[in-house]
Design a protein around this ligand. Structure first.
Ligand SMILES: Nc1nc2c(ncn2[C@@H]2O[C@H](COP(=O)(O)OP(=O)(O)OP(=O)(O)O)[C@@H](O)[C@H]2O)c(=O)[nH]1
Ligand SMILES: [Mg+2]
Length: 449
């Protein structure tokens, strides 16, 4: 699997920090030492590594306090965000020419996957975007290169334009675009020749094709198995041609990840697509964020963190904390908290997002259908405003009335009131400890622990 070593090591160092209620500068340092080694071992460019480590360290030490996350989780969040940024942040789009056809030139070293990717991309454009692409066979050097593209075209029922191998690639490209105009194709994909190494003859020819066909995109196809070397190659191609985007192929293999993590940051060019196999449908738009999640092996955990982030109102959390400190926390506030937890979605769904939760004893058959939350809600809603403020006034007859009103047995009302009292006590202790200087980075809702 791609990124395996890197993923293992990053996940290992994250594991150590995840649950921490307090993260010291030394913790961050220790973690970043491991992250640095992991990246270097994955063949990531050393300057990129240095920068990454610096960036994460700065943010992790002087972190913004997110009330709904523990400090350990916050550090992980920073790592993920920076990893995403490293691979380009947002997912980038494919250009569309003002006047069709949109011309895409495929360039890259020998065997990188240009011809295969041309076919895949044409197929993707037709299937997902309802486009009418034309493939142009402009590799006249490698024996059977034209045949290869024609075979792909036949397989996909996509037209291939070729003029044999006795006409110059520049001519072929030009004629191909003319043909596309005549036949109203809206995309032209020019498959060019590759060389073992970047050489002048190749670059000169590519430059000429570029000049005459005025492409909207020049996609550099890069074999992700080539690691850091890919970055040098990319720089050379970019210097000569001005590449507009990168396609990383063979991400289905056991690449260590160096190319994927360095190329964007070194060349500044976005990774647009990822080749995930030899089959013609194995091309995916490149999502930096998803890739980062995948490398960190915690996609779902992060979705959970994001859920907490979007659903827990920070101001409200602060207000709640103050109420606890001044012991003015009421059953209404309690209800409010329940509401926040419920907003995050069904509890069993949330539990599923926690890696390993399904294997945890007791959690697998716990009643988490949210029914209980509903009952608690019903009980509290059956109380008067005064009862909610001062639960100590709820005597036996009031309990009976609440039981009738909520349709719950009286034992449940008793249990809830007892739990609420205990919770208040516990929170008071917690906030006292906090006031005494054992400051925790984040305030956790009791239901979320
Ligand atoms: N596993 C895997 N194999 C791929 C991928 N993309 C391309 N390949 C394989 O890589 C080999 C080379 O692909 P080509 O498309 O012929 O490469 P090229 O850049 O056109 O090569 P030249 O024309 O010789 O320069 C083929 O066997 C492809 O099937 C990918 O994403 N995953
Ligand atoms: Mg080829």
């Amino acid at each position: 699997m791609a990124f395996e070593g890197l993923a293992d090591r990053l996940q290992g160092s994250i594991q150590k920090i995840r649950g921490k209620g307090k993260v010291s500068e030394a913790d961050v340092k220790e973690m970043m030492r491991e992250v640095r080694l992991a990246l270097l071992e994955a063949d990531v460019n050393f300057k990129v590594v240095k920068n990454f480590v610096k960036q994460v360290s700065e943010r992790a030490v002087g972190q913004e306090v997110m009330k709904s996350l523990t400090p350990g989780q916050q550090v992980i969040k920073v790592v993920k965000e920076e990893l995403t940024e490293l691979m380009g942040g947002e997912q980038s789009q494919i250009a569309v020419a003002k006047k069709p056809p949109t011309v895409i030139m495929m360039v890259g070293l020998q065997g990188a996957g240009k011809t295969t990717t041309s076919g895949k991309l044409a197929s993707l454009l037709r299937k997902k975007h309802n486009r009418k692409p034309l493939l142009v066979a402009a590799d006249i050097y490698r024996p059977a290169a034209i045949k290869q593209l024609e075979t792909i075209g036949k397989q996909l029922s996509l037209p291939v334009f070729s003029m044999g191998d006795q006409v110059s690639p520049v001519e072929i490209a030009k004629a191909g675009i003319e043909k596309a105009k005549e036949e109203h194709h809206d995309y032209v994909l020019i498959d060019t020749a590759g060389r073992l190494h970047v050489d002048e003859t190749l670059m000169d020819e590519l430059k000429q094709i570029k000049e005459l066909s005025d492409p909207d995109e020049i996609f550099l196809v890069v074999d992700s198995m080539t690691g850091q070397d890919a970055v040098t190659v990319a720089q050379n191609f970019d210097d000569a041609l001005g590449v507009t985007g990168v396609v990383l192929t063979k991400l289905d293999g056991d690449t260590r990840g160096g190319a994927a993590l360095s190329i964007r940051s070194v060349t500044g060019k976005p990774i647009k697509f990822a080749g995930m196999g030899e089959k013609m449908d194995a091309l995916e738009p490149f999502h930096p964020e998803r890739m980062a999640s995948r490398i960190l092996g915690m996609g779902d955990m992060l979705s959970l963190i994001e859920k907490a982030q979007t659903n827990v109102d920070e101001d409200k959390a602060k207000e709640m904390e103050k109420k606890l400190r001044t012991a003015s926390f009421t059953l209404d506030d309690f209800l409010d908290q329940l509401g926040q937890v419920k907003q995050m979605g069904p509890l069993d769904e949330l539990l599923k997002m926690i890696p390993g939760a399904n294997k945890m004893k007791g959690l697998d058959n716990i009643d988490v259908d949210g029914k209980q939350l509903g009952h608690v809600e019903a009980i509290i809603q059956s109380m008067t405003a005064q009862e909610k403020e001062q639960p100590e006034i709820i005597n036996a007859s009031r309990r009976k009335r609440i039981a009738r009103g909520s349709g719950r047995p009286i034992q449940e009302i008793n249990r809830l009131l007892k739990q609420f009292e205990e919770m208040k006590k516990m929170m008071k202790q917690m906030t006292n400890a906090q006031a005494k200087g054992k400051k925790r980075g984040g305030f956790n809702f009791p239901f979320m622990q």
